[in-house]
Design a protein around this ligand. Sequence first.
Ligand SMILES: *Cc1c(COP(=O)(O)O)cnc(C)c1O
Length: 388
Amino acid sequence: MQEENFETIAIRLQAERTQYKEHSVPLYLTSSYKFDDAEDMRALFANEKEGNVYSRYANPNTTELIDKMVALEGAEAGWATASGMAAIFTTFGSFLKSGDHVLSSRSVFGSTHQLLNNVFSKWGITYTYADLDKLDQWENGIQPNTKMIFVETPSNPGIDIIDLEWLGQLAKKHDIMLVVDNCFATPYLQQPIKLGADISIHSATKFIDGQGRTLGGIILGSDVLIKEIEGFARHSGPSMSPFNAWILSKSLETLAVRMDRHCENALKVAEFLESHASINKVMYPFLPSHPQYDIAKKQMKQGGGIVTLVINGGVEAASRFMNNLKMFSISANLGDTRSIATHPATSTHSKLSEEERLEVGIEQGTIRLSIGLEHINDIIADIKQALS
Ligand SMILES: *Cc1c(COP(=O)(O)O)cnc(C)c1O
């Protein structure tokens, strides 16, 4: 049979039906599973046969979600966690030991910064930050003890991009693991493992749920690497709940159509903002003015749902704009059906110093817009009236 397409996998890859022959997969709220007999229990615990033992390890709902994500992203195996941060923590915890070094993009999610700066540094793991648009910093940043390269592309909130094929080759040449936080793109727009990454991580909280209901994280990679993840996660317990997995697996059924519309709306917003006099700068991967437009076109199917702008007039102008918005929600979340405005300098990135913020391209006038699925005319009308 010919390889199935993204939409078909996202809808048709389902857990086996029960004796009730349900069309939609049921929710398996069970913490544990029964064994047929003492020998069955022994064999399952000895990993001599496949089967569910305990929901900290696996559950039919999390297994279905993982199987889908694995197929959608072209990985071999995966693991589900309670949140995106749990996925990042689990990945670092599984592969890094005291004395190791991480080369990370400077512009990473605020909590990822906190993990590197304040948690793993206590455990003897060092790090260096490099800018996505300065390739020499990546070549020169590699040390003899560099174990992992970690990147977010497109980055949050600066929308910087790095060529994943290039970075994958660099990592391979030095025998370093490449980990990509693929949250902004989702498997529909970008598939890092096919481009050379070893591990791809998602905060499923964002576009994968897409409706602002639940937290979740996914780690994808080879069988060998996910075995390591499993060894760490089984015993440290960052597991995703069956209920969240059930929601997220259903959400994947509509990911393609939702992302098409998020991207279509976001591109229109980016084009509108670029033509507006009060706006200093607009960052969107599929705007020809984006410095890495050619790379974005090469490795992403579309530009994604996030548009970042810098408004003239600093923090006062940014606050005025946010307060003038009538429909947009002011929230720190993103990837929702509802359009959202965030002021990173005073929220998601407030823990960084002003200097660190400028290094990752966050100015006082920077605003991140997560473009939702409302009608495009209403989205643009709200931005227009808030700017005037
Ligand atoms: C939100 C986010 C995370 C963290 O995910 P949670 O589900 O909130 O823990 C990590 N990386 C990126 C890029 C994010 O946007």
